[in-house]
Design a protein around this ligand. Structure first.
Ligand code: NAD
Length: 461
């Protein structure tokens, strides 16, 4: 579970050797610690002519304590003086309505690329192409994806780059959701998220995107359920949701009861020992939530298994188990919790998919089918749930350092770790932070998204 190569590279003698030999150079990523400021240096905010968001974004970042720099006042070229370095480059590209209008993007990023400090952030704001009034405008807005994905691969040193499409019908709730998104993407919470396209829409109803009283404890008063929480990503997530203020109900199979109890005790949560594949699991879970808490605000379907074999060698049991745990159990639980009205308006459901569900993987037809199905579930159910004021999103982790990936044969494991823009695997906390952003009461305008937590892995890119 430990990346000895990265630790070596980040040491003094290791750095020198790696540079001399031209080996992969995994940077130390800036990760959020409680009490950290959003950014530790100014943010350059630029806009193409006619941008509709820069003014509002400037106001909300300033209110969040961020120092803004006017691009015209920033000297172009490499920032040799550390005080001249910037934490982020944010660009409002919503005003671009034609491919001939793409040039200001070049001007802005060409001038400021070398002023970004390590673990810097690039965020481009656009209009969803399908909402553009003309094919030309839609074409230009779609082109933004190529820019951000390339910058994610180019800038290095732990920098990330994302494209955020914001609906044209933005209302107050949309702006709160945009703030939630910018706070996530600018901070160390999104250390291992890069090259992503996020869509911020209008929340389904009034009051469904609410700025928390304290952005460091946005989940205060919320009840959250995490499945598969005895270890790995689920345990890290349970701890993080508790850090953010939630009461967390952790669930895992009875055989993992001791580890599960330890997680629950650590965070003052409640443990439920339940095998999700048993026929009565959804009703038993629903009864537990109804009697103990009356409802559940946040449901995270994290439990997952692998049973790898090529399809020619795979027995039917391996297929059935993986589809059942990773996909069908999510559907069954959603159905029962929704039937019994246990998830109120403002509720959040987050499903854990995988980049294997996007790219496919040799020896994982069962797993990739289940994880692609999770994406299908998000896309098909998000509009249905919007009618009830509930959001549904998915994370698709790449290579995350857990027991699951520690079992992968060495050479394949090394390839998985290094073949991404960060040259390293992610940590369970990186997936957990992304889920916590979806789960925030401020994220009501974010639904139907699938965000990869993969350091911009080359797989399925
Ligand atoms: P893990 O094996 O460490 O943890 C999974 C947990 O789910 C375990 O505690 C296990 O007991 C529990 N679980 C399994 N079957 C269950 C059942 N029938 N009922 C209740 N609980 C059950 O795995 P992880 O690496 O922490 O992965 C968590 C999720 O993230 C999974 O859905 C996995 O597919 C996904 N994922 C992980 C990675 C990675 O690199 N680790 C990458 C992509 C996706």
């Amino acid at each position: 579970m430990s990346d000895r190569y990265a630790s070596f590279v980040q040491s003094g003698p290791g750095r020198a050797l790696v540079k001399r030999l031209g080996l992969p150079d995994p940077p130390r990523l800036r990760r959020h610690r409680p009490g950290d400021p959003l950014v530790t240096a100014p943010v350059v905010l630029g806009t193409a002519p006619g941008g509709r968001l820069a003014g509002q974004v400037g106001a909300l970042l300033t209110a969040a304590g961020v120092e803004l720099r006017d691009p015209a006042a920033v000297a172009p070229g490499p920032a040799t003086d550390p005080a001249a370095r910037n934490a982020a480059l944010v660009y409002d590209a919503t005003g671009i309505t034609d491919s001939t209008g793409l040039r200001p993007l070049y001007d802005f990023f060409h001038a400021h690329a070398r002023t970004l400090h390590p673990s810097g952030r690039v965020i481009v704001l656009g209009t969803p192409p399908e909402e553009c009034g003309s094919p030309r405008a839609a074409t230009a807005q779609r082109a933004l994806e190529g820019l951000t994905r390339s910058i994610g691969k180019e800038f290095g040193r732990g920098s990330t780059a994302q494209l955020v499409y914001v609906t044209r019908e933005a209302d107050a709730g949309t702006l709160v959701s945009l703030e939630s998104t910018l706070r996530f993407l600018l901070s160390g919470r999104s250390a291992y998220v890069s090259g992503q396209v996020v869509r911020v829409g209008r929340p389904a109803g009034p009051g469904q995107a609410v700025a928390p009283a304290d952005w460091d404890r946005p989940l205060a008063g919320k009840v959250a359920l995490v499945t598969g929480a005895a270890r790995g990503i689920g345990a890290a997530l349970a701890r993080l949701l508790a850090r953010d203020g939630a009461h967390v109900v952790v669930l895992d199979i009875p055989a993992a009861g001791d580890a599960l109890a330890a997680v629950a005790n650590d965070i003052g949560g409640t443990a439920v020992q339940l095998d999700l594949t048993t026929a009565d699991a959804p009703t038993r879970l629903a009864e537990h939530l109804a009697t103990r808490h009356g409802h559940v605000d946040i449901v995270v379907h994290n439990a997952g298994i692998t049973r790898d074999k090529t399809i020619a060698r795979m027995d039917a049991d391996r297929w059935d188990q993986v589809i059942d745990v990773n996909l069908a159990s999510q559907e069954r639980i959603n159905d029962v919790l929704l039937e019994r009205d246990l998830i109120p308006a403002g509720g959040r459901i987050v499903a854990v998919s995988s980049i294997a569900g996007i790219a496919g993987n040799r020896g994982q037809t069962n797993y990739a089918t289940s994880k692609a199905g999770v994406i299908g579930l998000v896309q098909s159910m998000a509009p249905v749930l919007a009618e009830r004021g509930i959001t549904l999103n998915a994370v698709a982790p790449g290579f995350i350092e857990t027991r699951l990936t520690a079992r992968i044969p060495l050479m394949i494991r090394e390839a998985g770790r290094r073949m991404n823009s960060m040259s390293q695997g992610g940590l369970p906390v990186d997936v957990a932070e992304t889920i916590a952003w979806f789960a925030s009461p401020a994220s009501g305008g974010i639904t139907g998204n699938v965000v990869r937590v993969c350091g911009q892995s080359l797989l399925g890119a």
